[in-house]
Design a protein around this ligand. Structure first.
Ligand code: GDP
Ligand code: MG
Length: 890
C-alpha cells in the first residue's frame, strides 16, 4: 500500500520519513523534472510504502514541485495521504491542507512539532479540528519520534476504510453556488472522485486542468459566464477569490480550535532579532562561514590534514609509520625529514651528472669507455663489471682525466652559479636574463678518478633505510601489476590514468566530510534558513535568489559540494542558473594556475594583486551571467518570492545529521567517481597513444613510449597534440593558438591543477611545481612574439582556464543535479562560451591599447562587448513568460 507524505517545506517530512523508514530510502527524480522523489517501505510495517512528496505551499501549477505533487495526489498510486503540518504555524500550513482535502484521497492530518507547540503553551482542540476538517488528527513529533507509528496506522486504516474524502465547504455561498453549477456541467466528463477539485480548478481557470477537458465553444462560454458573474460580484479575479476565501476559512477554524498561550518573546525570536538583523545579519553570517571555511579547509583542520595525507601519501609514494600521527597534521616527520635531506644531498652532488661527464672526458682522452657507463650505473654490478670499472678508474687516473666544469643543479633543477646559488632564468619584458641551456655550465668543480669512484659508489637514498616505510597505493599497485607481468601500457593506464585521476578526487573526501558536517549542522539547527533570508535582500538586486549564495560560497573551496548545495534551492530556474554559474568562482584547485600566472607575469614577487583579481573575475562572471541570463526567456521572471518558515532553533539529532552528511558524500563518490574514471582513462589514452612520426619512427599507431626510438617528448606526437593542433585556431583570437596551451587546458578538465603539471611535462621539464622559475620563463616564451611578451594573451589564457568548463568532477556534479542532458550541455557550452568571450575581450583590448593592433577580431570584441552591455541594461521581460516556459517543459 502506498501512502503519500505531503506538506510545506520544513514541516518535518524528511525527518518523519527517515524515522519511519529507518533509511534514506530510494532517491530518484520525478519523471521529466529534477524534483527529488523519495520512496521507502516503513520499517515497522513493510506493506506500507511511503512517498515523500516535495515540500510545497500550494497545489497551483506554477512550479514543477507543485505539479508533480498534485499529479501524484490525483492520479498516483497512493491509497491515502498523510498531510504533515507544522502545528506551530497552522495558518500557512492549512492552506495546503484545504487543497489536499479536495483531491479525493483519504487524508490524515499529522500535527507535527507538537513538542514545540507544548513548549510554547498553545492549546489545540484536536477533536474539534478533526470535525471541522473531516479527517483524523494525530499529534506527532517527528524529531522526538513521538506518535509517528500511530500516524501511519491511522493513515493505513483510512486507506482500508476506502471512504471517499469529503472536502469541507470552505467557500462562501456565492462561490459554492458557482462551483455547484460548474460541477453540474462537468459531471458527465469528470472522474467522480475529482469532481470538486476539477470544479474549483476550472473556476480558477487553471490551464492544466482546462486543457484536459475538451469543452466545446458553448460550454466554454457558459463556464466563463459563471466565473465572470462571481468576479463582478467580488470585484476580484477568480483565483484570488479562492485564495482569500481559503485563508478566511482557515482563520475561522483556528480561532475556534486554538487557544494561544500568552505572548512572550521566545528564545528563537530573540536570536533571530540579532542574526536576521538588517545591519548585523550579513557580518554575522560572513563570520560564521569564514570560521567554517577556516576550520574545514585551512591547515589547522583535520580535514585538510587528512586530505593532504591522502593525496601526498596514500595516493603518493608512501609514508613512515614511525613518524606518528603528528606527521599527518604537520607533514614534518623526523624520518621523512632525514630521508629528504639525504635525497637533497644526493641530488646536490649530482652523481649521475658526474659519472656521465667523467666518462665523456675519459673518452676524449682516448680511453675505452664501452660498457663503463653501464657498469657504473648498474644497480648490482656483476663481477665482470666491477673489474671493468676498476681497470677503467686505474687507467683514467694514469691518464689524468679531470673534468673541470659541468652543470650543477639543485634539488629544484635550478642551475647553480659559482657560489652555489640558484640561477634565476627569466625572460621579462623582452629583456632576456641570461638563460642556461641544458649542458651549459656555470659552477665549476673538478672531478677526477677519485671523485668518480665516490660518485658511482654513492647510492640513491632508499626509504627503507630511514624507518618503517609504508608504500603508497600507486606504488603498491604498480608493484603488484609488474609482478603479475602486466605490460608497460597497462601499468601506465592504471597508475597514470585511473589512480592519478580518481585518486586526485577521492583525496578531497576528508575535507568534504568536515565541510559537510558543518554545513549540515548549520542547516539542521535552522541557521541556514536565516542565512538565505538575509542574503535574499542582497541577491534580489541581481535577480538571484538568496539561496544561490551558499553554493557560491562553498564553491570557493570546491565547486562539487557547491553544486551539490544547490539542492536547497526549490525554484528550478534559480537552481539551474546557480548550477551554471557557480563554477566561475575560483576553487582551490585553480590557485596553482593563479600562482603560475603570477610567476610568469612578475617573477613571483609583487604579484599580490593577481589572486584577488581572479577572485573578482569569478564573482563578476557570476553576477553578470545572472543578470544576463535573467533577461533571456528561459530564466525570465522575478526570483521566487521568498516565503519560508523559519524553524525554531534546536540541536540536530546525531543520526539525521550524519545521514545528511552521508547522503551528500555518497552522491559525490558515486556520480563524480564514475565520470572521473572514464575521463581520466580517456585523457590518458589521448596523451599516450599516437603515430610514431619522429625521426627514425615507423609512423605506426600505438602506445608511444614503447614504440621504437620514442623521444622524450613523445607527447608531441600523441593524439592529444593532434587534437590540440586541429583546434588551436579557435584560440587564435584569444592570443594562444598553441597546441600545448590547448592540451594543458584539456588536461585541466581532469583537475584544474593538472594544467600546471601538464605544461611542465610538455616543456620537457618533468614534474615541476607552480613556483619553478624555469617554468615561468618557458611560459613567458610561449607568449613572446618577436621578442615582446604579449601579457594580454597570457592573462586571456588564464582567464579562459578559470572560467571555461570546470573539471570532470564538477561536471559530474552538474550532470547529477541538472539531471537532464540538454541542460547539462547548455550549461557547459555557456560556461565555455562565456570564458571565450571574456578572454577575447581581454586579449583584443590589450592588443589595441598597448600595441595599437586593430583587426577583424577587434571589431568582434567590440560587438561582443556591446551585446553584453545591451543584455545587462535592457529591461527584464515580463514575468508571466516564465510560467509558460515551466509548463511547456513538463
Ligand atoms: P521537510 O522540509 O518537511 O522535509 O522538513 P525536515 O524534515 O527537513 O525538517 C525541518 C526542520 O524541522 C529540521 O531541522 C528538523 O530537525 C525539524 N523538525 C522536524 N520535525 C520536528 C519536530 O517534531 N519537532 C521539532 N522541534 N523539530 C522538528
Ligand atoms: Mg525534505
Amino acid at each position: 500500500m502506498h501512502i503519500a507524505l505531503a506538506g510545506n517545506p520544513n514541516c518535518g517530512k524528511t525527518t518523519l520519513f527517515n524515522e519511519l523508514t529507518g533509511s534514506n530510502g530510494y532517491v530518484g527524480n520525478w519523471p521529466g523534472v529534477t524534483v527529488e522523489k523519495k520512496e521507502a517501505a516503513c520499517s515497522k510495517d513493510k506493506s506500507v510504502i511511503l512517498t515523500d512528496l516535495p515540500g510545497i505551499y500550494s497545489l497551483s501549477p506554477y512550479s514543477p514541485e507543485e505539479v508533480v505533487s498534485r499529479d501524484y495526489l490525483l492520479d498516483g498510486d497512493a491509497s491515502s495521504v498523510i498531510n504533515l503540518v507544522d502545528a506551530t504555524n497552522l495558518e500557512r500550513n492549512l492552506y495546503l491542507t484545504t487543497q489536499i482535502l479536495e483531491c479525493g484521497l483519504p487524508v490524515v492530518l499529522g500535527m507535527n512539532m507538537n513538542d514545540l507547540l507544548e513548549k510554547r503553551g498553545d492549546k489545540v482542540d484536536g477533536d474539534l479540528l478533526s470535525k471541522k476538517l473531516g479527517v483524523p488528527v494525530v499529534f506527532t513529533s517527528a524529531l522526538r519520534a513521538k506518535n509517528v507509528n500511530e500516524l501511519v496506522e491511522t493513515a493505513k486504516k483510512a486507506a482500508e476504510s476506502n471512504t471517499e474524502q469529503k472536502a469541507p465547504r470552505v467557500f462562501s455561498e456565492k462561490v459554492e453556488d458557482a462551483l455547484v453549477q460548474i460541477e453540474g456541467i462537468i459531471e458527465g466528463v469528470s472522474n467522480k472522485q475529482h469532481l470538486r477539485w476539477n470544479a474549483i480548478k476550472i473556476f480558477e481557470r487553471d490551464e492544466m486542468v482546462l486543457s484536459r477537458f475538451d469543452f466545446d465553444k458553448e460550454t466554454k462560454e457558459c463556464i466563463e459566464a459563471i466565473i465572470a458573474a462571481c468576479e463582478t460580484e467580488f470585484d476580484d479575479d477568480s483565483a484570488s477569490i479562492i485564495t482569500s476565501e481559503r485563508y478566511e476559512w482557515i482563520a475561522g477554524v483556528i480561532a475556534e480550535c486554538v487557544v494561544p498561550a500568552p505572548k512572550k518573546l521566545s528564545w528563537t525570536e530573540k536570536v533571530d532579532r540579532v542574526v536576521t538583523n538588517r545591519i548585523l545579519g550579513l557580518p554575522i553570517f560572513i563570520l560564521v562561514m569564514t570560521l567554517v571555511y577556516y576550520v574545514s579547509t585551512s591547515s589547522v583542520a583535520a580535514g585538510t590534514a587528512a586530505t593532504d595525507f591522502v593525496n601526498d601519501n596514500i595516493f603518493g609514494d608512501g609514508w613512515y609509520s614511525d613518524d606518528g600521527i603528528s606527521y599527518v597534521f604537520t607533514h614534518e616527520g623526523e624520518h621523512m625529514g632525514a630521508y629528504e635531506d639525504a635525497v637533497a644531498d644526493f641530488e646536490q652532488q649530482n652523481y649521475e651528472g658526474q659519472i656521465e661527464s667523467f666518462i665523456a672526458a675519459a673518452e676524449e682522452k682516448g680511453l675505452d669507455t664501452e660498457g663503463v657507463e653501464e657498469a657504473a650505473t648498474a644497480e648490482e654490478p656483476t663481477a665482470e663489471q666491477e673489474e671493468l670499472l676498476a681497470s677503467f678508474v686505474e687507467a683514467a687516473a694514469g691518464k689524468d682525466v679531470v673534468v673541470k666544469d659541468f652543470a650543477l643543479k639543485d634539488a629544484d633543477d635550478n642551475f647553480l652559479d659559482a657560489d652555489g646559488e640558484p640561477v634565476v632564468t627569466i625572460v621579462k619584458d623582452g629583456e632576456e636574463v641570461p638563460q642556461l641551456e641544458d649542458g651549459q655550465k656555470l659552477m665549476t668543480i673538478d672531478i677526477d678518478a677519485e671523485e668518480f669512484v665516490k660518485a658511482y659508489e654513492a647510492e640513491e637514498p632508499s626509504h627503507e633505510e630511514f624507518g618503517n616505510w609504508i608504500n603508497g597505493l600507486p606504488v603498491v599497485i604498480q608493484n603488484g601489476l609488474e609482478n603479475m607481468g602486466a605490460s608497460e601500457a597497462v601499468v601506465s593506464l592504471v597508475i597514470d590514468g585511473v589512480v592519478a585521476g580518481v585518486g586526485a578526487v577521492l583525496g578531497f573526501l576528508p575535507q568534504m566530510f568536515f565541510l559537510f558536517c558543518f554545513l549540515s549542522f548549520l542547516e539542521d539547527c535552522g541557521y541556514m534558513s536565516r542565512v538565505a533570508f538575509v542574503m535574499d535582500r542582497v541577491f534580489r538586486k541581481f535577480g538571484l535568489s538568496g539561496k544561490s549564495f551558499i553554493p557560491m560560497l562553498v564553491s570557493a573551496g570546491c565547486a562539487v559540494p557547491g553544486i551539490m548545495a544547490t539542492k536547497t534551492i526549490e525554484n528550478e530556474n534559480d537552481r539551474r542558473m546557480t548550477i551554471m554559474t557557480v563554477p566561475f568562482i575560483p576553487c582551490g584547485a585553480k590557485l596553482p594556475i593563479i600562482a603560475l600566472l603570477m610567476g610568469a607575469l612578475v617573477g613571483g614577487e609583487g604579484g599580490w594583486w593577481v589572486a584577488p583579481m581572479f577572485y573578482f573575475l569569478g564573482v563578476f562572471a557570476v553576477i553578470i551571467s545572472g543578470i544576463m541570463l535573467k533577461k533571456t526567456k528561459r530564466f525570465a521572471g522575478d526570483p521566487t518570492p521568498f516565503i519560508m518558515e523559519l524553524p525554531e532553533y534546536h540541536i540536530p539529532r546525531f543520526k539525521s545529521w550524519l545521514l545528511h552528511v552521508w547522503e551528500r558524500l555518497r552522491s559525490f563518490i558515486a556520480k563524480a567517481g564514475t565520470i572521473i574514471f572514464a575521463a581520466s582513462v580517456l585523457i590518458w589514452f589521448l596523451s599516450s597513444f599516437g603515430f610514431a612520426g619522429w625521426e627514425g619512427g615507423t609512423g605506426a599507431f600505438g602506445y608511444l613510449p614503447s614504440l621504437p626510438e620514442a623521444p622524450e617528448d613523445f607527447i608531441e606526437f600523441s593524439l592529444l597534440a593532434g587534437f590540440g593542433n586541429a583546434v588551436k585556431f579557435l584560440f587564435a583570437p584569444l592570443g594562444f593558438a598553441k597546441w600545448k596551451a590547448v592540451a594543458a587546458t584539456v588536461s585541466g578538465l581532469i583537475a584544474k591543477e593538472n594544467l600546471v603539471s601538464t605544461y611542465a611535462v610538455l616543456f620537457g621539464l618533468g614534474e615541476l611545481g607552480e613556483s619553478a622559475t624555469v617554468l615561468w620563463s618557458q611560459i613567458n616564451l610561449e607568449f613572446t612574439v618577436n621578442g615582446v611578451v604579449h601579457t594580454g594573451s597570457l592573462i586571456a589564457f588564464m582567464a579562459f582556464n578559470m572560467l571555461c568548463a570546470p573539471c570532470f568532477a564538477a561536471m559530474g556534479a552538474m550532470r547529477n543535479q541538472l539531471n537532464n542532458n540538454r541542460w547539462w550541455g547548455f550549461a557547459i557550452a555557456y560556461e565555455t562560451g562565456f570564458a571565450w568571450v571574456i578572454a577575447l575581450l581581454i586579449n583584443q583590448f590589450y592588443e589595441l591599447i598597448v600595441f595599437g593592433n586593430f583587426g577583424f577580431w577587434t571589431i568582434v570584441a567590440f560587438v561582443a562587448l556591446g551585446y553584453m552591455l545591451y543584455m545587462l541594461f535592457k529591461p527584464a521581460p515580463q514575468a508571466e513568460e516564465k510560467v509558460e516556459v515551466v509548463v511547456e517543459e513538463l
